[in-house]
Write a protein that binds this ligand. Structure first.
Ligand code: HEC
Ligand code: HEC
Ligand code: HEC
Ligand code: HEC
Ligand code: HEC
Ligand code: HEC
Length: 326
């Protein structure tokens, strides 16, 4: 009873005020959420208008390089990108967080977009803590930034999806910047030839279809996608019925590259000649070297012979000339 009375007693004096108060509260909340719901249009008011935005010079904060950046945003290209097409419905401020709640004009220099902290900490960790990155650091190479491998055609904003032809070509180039010899040997093989001819779809493997993108391991690691244990599965993604014999195929015929000989020499020093002889490429290399030897020998004999003949001809000519003068 007391409880009921208290309730009645409490509601009576307030009821008159409650409705306008609630209305006011809802209004405040709504206007608050209206401010928060910053739409793409709020930014596109300027970023599609060549009168208001255009090409601007920017200094790269990390490299100090001056580059010209286009501030015009291609909304269609964004909508095709990994984020634009996502069901999450990304808006500009999801990534450009320092503009949250900022309407109209804003600072010319914004904080760089942070891909890692709130969204991609797992893939980032997988990459940044891989032995691959460890090895880059040992060789004093700076590991590439996320946007370097996931760059869109015109802007980092247009993060391409995994099967985007441009992305596939770009990753091959990126890997190749540090692994020139492996890019070269990839291109001498049927897979690479097809992709150099412009076949960039997922039917033809690029570096990451075989090696993986973030967690790249050396082929003698048991977990490597191209290691002995997993090769059949990796090649089998495309070559139905691939077996032990099929995967003996040499993905990087390196007998014309310096790194092959450097690595073979290292194996020889560390593990001995027997280990070198287990690599089928050693035989190809041997045949190649012998072939080159024969060619060199033939040319040096031929060249030497021609040189001696030439000297002799000169001498003969001199003799002959002397004869004429007499
Ligand atoms: C009133 C017009 C206007 C509006 C509205 C506007 N911008 Fe801009 N924005 C510009 C201009 C102009 C620049 C180039 C600034 C310069 O270089 O001086 C720019 C530059 C930028 C840059 C590059 C900053 C840098 O550090 O290089 C980003 C990112 C950006 N805007 C994002 C947004 C987002 C996201 C929104 C919506 C929340 C937005 N802008 C709304 C005019 C606008
Ligand atoms: C998925 C994250 C993401 C979204 C969503 C996004 N951007 Fe960006 N944006 C970036 C990244 C990354 C850069 C490259 C610069 C950096 O790293 O800070 C960038 C750069 C820019 C630039 C500088 C010019 C350039 O191409 O480098 C402008 C202007 C810009 N964005 C505007 C927008 C507008 C407008 C929207 C909404 C339509 C938007 N961005 C949505 C990630 C995003
Ligand atoms: C050396 C190139 C390279 C760098 C650097 C790189 N990635 Fe990747 N990443 C790849 C490749 C290759 C794939 C697989 C193909 C794809 O999904 O685009 C991939 C896939 C992804 C995916 C989708 C699949 C998944 O694992 O969820 C995300 C998200 C991603 N990367 C985020 C990042 C972030 C964040 C960084 C920065 C810490 C980063 N990447 C750095 C090459 C790279
Ligand atoms: C910034 C330079 C750099 C980039 C970009 C790069 N790598 Fe590497 N990578 C290295 C270095 C350094 C090593 C260790 C020494 C070596 O084997 O050359 C290495 C090692 C490797 C190894 C042997 C495994 C290991 O950990 O030693 C493979 C396989 C490999 N990289 C493939 C790739 C692929 C595939 C890509 C593209 C997704 C790529 N790399 C991009 C520098 C790079
Ligand atoms: C068809 C699958 C395939 C493709 C595509 C491929 N590789 Fe390989 N890669 C292999 C195999 C298998 C090995 C190990 C045996 C060897 O050296 O041939 C290897 C070895 C390597 C190595 C030596 C380190 C190790 O793990 O033994 C590097 C570095 C490498 N690849 C980089 C690349 C780069 C860069 C690309 C793209 C330009 C690429 N690979 C494309 C299958 C592939
Ligand atoms: C992403 C798919 C893909 C992957 C992964 C792949 N290949 Fe291929 N491979 C192809 C395509 C496409 C061709 C072109 C000819 C064809 O259609 O067979 C080809 C051709 C070949 C050929 C030439 C002979 C033939 O069948 O015409 C060999 C050998 C070969 N691949 C070996 C391998 C090996 C070994 C691996 C694993 C290390 C591998 N491939 C991984 C797609 C792939």
């Amino acid at each position: 009873m007391t409880h009921g009375r208290k309730r009645v007693g409490f509601s009576r004096p307030v009821s008159g005020l409650w409705y306008p108060l609630a209305f006011f509260l809802v209004l405040v909340l709504c206007s608050g959420s209206l401010t928060m719901a910053q739409e793409i249009e709020d930014c596109q008011e300027c970023h599609v208008d060549p009168e208001k935005c255009g090409r601007m010079a920017r200094i790269d904060r990390e490299t100090g390089e001056v580059k010209v950046v286009n501030m015009l945003v291609d909304e269609d290209a964004f909508m095709q990108s990994a984020h634009g097409r996502s069901e999450e419905g990304f808006v500009c401020i999801d990534c450009h967080q320092d503009l949250d709640g900022v309407y109209g004009e804003h600072n010319a220099l914004l904080e760089p977009v942070d891909c890692i902290t709130f969204c991609h900490d797992d893939p980032a960790e997988e990459f940044l803590e891989s032995t691959h990155v460890e090895h880059m650091e040992e060789e004093e190479k700076t590991p590439p930034k996320c946007t370097y491998c996931h760059m869109g055609r015109n802007s980092a904003r247009e993060t391409p999806v995994a099967d985007d032809a441009f992305h596939r070509a770009q990753i091959t180039r990126t890997c190749g910047e540090c692994h020139e010899d492996y890019l070269y040997t990839y291109c001498t093989n049927l897979h690479g030839q097809l992709s150099s001819l412009g076949v960039r779809n997922t039917d033809v493997p690029n570096c990451y279809d075989c090696h993986g993108g973030h967690d790249v391991l050396k082929s003698d690691d048991p977990d490597s996608q191209v290691g002995e244990n997993n090769k059949v599965e990796t090649c089998g993604k495309c070559h139905e019925g691939a077996g032990e014999n099929f995967v003996r195929h040499i993905a990087h015929p390196g007998f014309k590259t310096r790194s092959f000989y450097a690595e073979t020499y290292k194996t020889f020093q560390e593990k001995g000649i027997l280990e070198v002889l287990t690599d089928p490429q050693s035989y190809i290399a041997l045949v190649f070297l012998m072939y080159m030897g024969i060619i060199c020998q033939a040319f040096s004999l031929f060249g030497g012979h021609a040189f001696l003949m030439w000297i002799r001809m000169l001498l003969d000519e001199r003799k002959g000339g002397d004869g004429h003068e007499h």
